[in-house]
Design a protein. Structure first.
Lengths: 292, 291
């Protein structure tokens, strides 16, 4: 069985203006069928305003889950500023409400605030208590896009991992995956990883040190991190086989979201990673983490 | 005809399922209050997060509008941080999209940011271009609740009024209405200050000075502002009859709305003119929203 940790059903504000059709759950199902993906996490979009999409919220995802309960794994999403813009907001009621409805985690976090902002820290702690893993879209600056912000070499993420040991974090996006390489700089951190990786970066160090950090290898950011160095990639997958989760970040009917799955299949077929690592990354880690 | 400038059909967190404010319950409330037309304001998750409510989106409002086209007046709502958290976001496409769908304005703004934050100013200017009045919830600080924030005597609101002359602003909530009184202080501005009004406050001054400022009389904040000093209140309604809009802020089926009997009585007992009554309850909304 293959489980995808990261998909969306969303539509850009200007999708019609760009001649794009409305992306629906049925369309997502078709893509998942085509890729041979059995189950997939759908992450709500628009819980934080810093995106350019129509709202595809918790209730929409739960509706899709009720329609396709054997395929859809619902996540909820709550903005850290929700419930009164305070670092002492009590999120128990709303998180338990979504847990009762079937949600398995929270994300992807997209409020454009420091990842260790007191409001984020408060939300993480509540997620830990409820048992929700948190998917983090990590970005490197304020203004201009969405996602929690960290500095080069992820000092704030480390603080979060240390201070919220009960909460499981899944790293995602440029500012996370560019740190697979020790050579990352201010200029290369918000971009796809390219070329040889001569020394393992902060992501490797943090994955080793903190049992509550996982990696979501979806999207271009995950794919390039794993494939930019043909020798480093398979070693990384093998070494962190208990801490990585396969995902596509499918959010549209066009594109090449299946590349990472093809890569994983080829890599195991060539014997570059073990069958054990492959099964953990594509299925077992998700089952364990999401209690499926 | 009564036109209500301010309603929501929303579910707050922790509300029991049996207490859900359904569309059916909402229509019953409007009928009971004798309100013929009502502006529906999107709020909650999916717009600005800083409110303890499930989502009531622009799309929800438009669905209700398609069911009650003669009664519902749809507003859209877009957060100033939307579209990439930048003070240069181009909101034209999304605002024009909602305008084509029938929306007549934007609000209620509930993002907890400074009123004159560059991202807010950018959104206001785009609203001005599209011809959307902006209805805002004014709060007095950052953190602890929802709504745009201004200081005592509303310097940030004044800056927005000066710098966005094409945009019509409709003021609402505590931090706006407490400024009806010149004697307001930092201690009592976020609450329901009561008692005699010592002297006309900043909102009287701002409404006189800026043609693009209006007042939304809904909710406890609006009602108390005009009734805490009855004589002052009637004079205020008469003086600013071209700039005030009747509203309830109904967002629950058990909610009371004292402003409805108040405004009828004010007319019946001759405290305000027929002309003022008609403008506040109907004419101003029709003019502002092009109804």
């Amino acid at each position: 069985m293959v489980i995808d940790i990261h998909t969306h059903v969303n539509n850009r504000w200007d999708h019609k203006q760009r001649g794009m059709k409305t992306f629906t759950i049925e369309w997502l199902m078709e893509i998942m069928d085509g890729l041979g993906i059995d189950r997939f996490v759908i992450l709500p979009i628009g819980a934080s305003p810093e995106t350019r999409y129509f709202y595809s919220g918790n209730e929409c995802i739960l509706e899709m889950y009720r329609k396709y309960p054997d395929r859809v794994i619902p996540f909820c999403n709550i903005d850290p500023r929700a419930g009164s813009n305070s670092e002492t907001t009590d999120f128990s009621w709303i998180l338990n409400y979504y847990k009762e409805q079937g949600c398995r985690g929270l994300g992807e976090l997209s409020a454009n605030m420091y990842i260790d902002d007191p409001k984020y820290m408060n939300l993480y702690r509540y997620c830990g208590k409820v048992g929700f893993p948190v998917i983090v879209h990590l970005y490197g600056r304020f203004n201009g896009s969405y996602g929690p912000v960290d500095d080069l070499h992820l000092p704030r993420l480390e603080r979060v991992l240390r201070e919220c040991p009960e909460t499981v974090f899944l790293g995602h996006a440029y500012a996370f995956w560019s740190e697979i390489s020790g050579a990352v700089t201010e200029d290369t951190r918000i971009a796809y990883v390219k070329g040889k990786i001569h020394s393992p970066g902060r992501v490797c160090e943090l994955l080793e040190k903190y049992p509550n950090l996982y990696g979501d290898i979806s999207a271009g950011s995950g794919y390039h991190a794993i494939t930019s160095d043909p020798e480093f990639g398979p070693r990384f997958l093998e070494e962190f086989q208990d801490k990585l989760l396969f995902g596509t970040d499918t959010c549209h009917y066009e594109g090449t979201q299946g590349e990472i799955l093809r890569y994983l299949k080829e890599t195991v077929a060539k014997g570059l990673i073990s069958q054990n690592a492959y099964t953990k990354i594509t299925e077992k880690n998700a089952k364990k983490l999401l209690q499926l | 005809m009564l036109i209500d400038i301010h309603t929501h059909i929303v579910r707050m967190w922790e509300e029991k399922p049996e207490d859900l404010f359904t569309l059916g319950r909402f229509i019953k409330v409007m009928d009971r209050l004798g309100i013929e037309k009502f502006v529906l304001l999107p709020v909650g998750m999916g717009i600005s997060p800083e409110i303890r409510a499930f989502s009531f989106t622009t799309e929800d409002v438009l669905r209700i509008y398609s069911k009650y086209p003669d009664r519902a007046i749809p507003f859209c709502n877009v957060d100033p941080r939307a579209g990439s958290n930048s003070d240069k976001t181009d909101f034209s496409w999304i605002l024009n999209h909602y305008k084509e769908k029938g929306c007549k304005g934007l609000g209620e703004l509930t993002a907890n940011m400074n009123f004159d934050d560059p991202k807010c100013m950018n959104l206001y200017r785009h609203c001005g271009k599209v011809g959307f009045p902006v209805l805002f919830h004014l709060y007095g600080r950052l953190g602890g609740s929802y709504g745009l924030s201004d200081e005592l005597h509303l310097p940030r609101l004044e800056r927005a009024l000066v710098e966005c002359p094409e945009t019509v602003f409709i003021g609402h909530a505590f931090a706006f209405w407490s400024e009806i009184d010149g004697g307001i202080t930092d201690e009592n501005r976020i609450g329901y200050p009561k008692g005699k009004i010592s002297s006309p406050g900043r909102i009287c001054e701002l409404m006189k000075k800026y043609p693009n400022l209006y007042g939304d009389l809904s909710a406890g904040s609006g009602y108390i502002a005009i009734t805490r000093d009855m004589e002052f209140g009637y004079r205020f309604l008469e003086e600013f009859q071209d700039r005030l809009l009747f509203g309830t802020d109904i967002c629950h089926y058990r909610q009371d709305s004292e402003i409805v009997p108040y405004i009828h009585d004010a007319l019946k007992n001759g405290h305000i003119s027929k002309k003022a009554y008609e403008k506040i309850t109907e004419g101003n909304a029709k003019r502002l929203l092009n109804l």
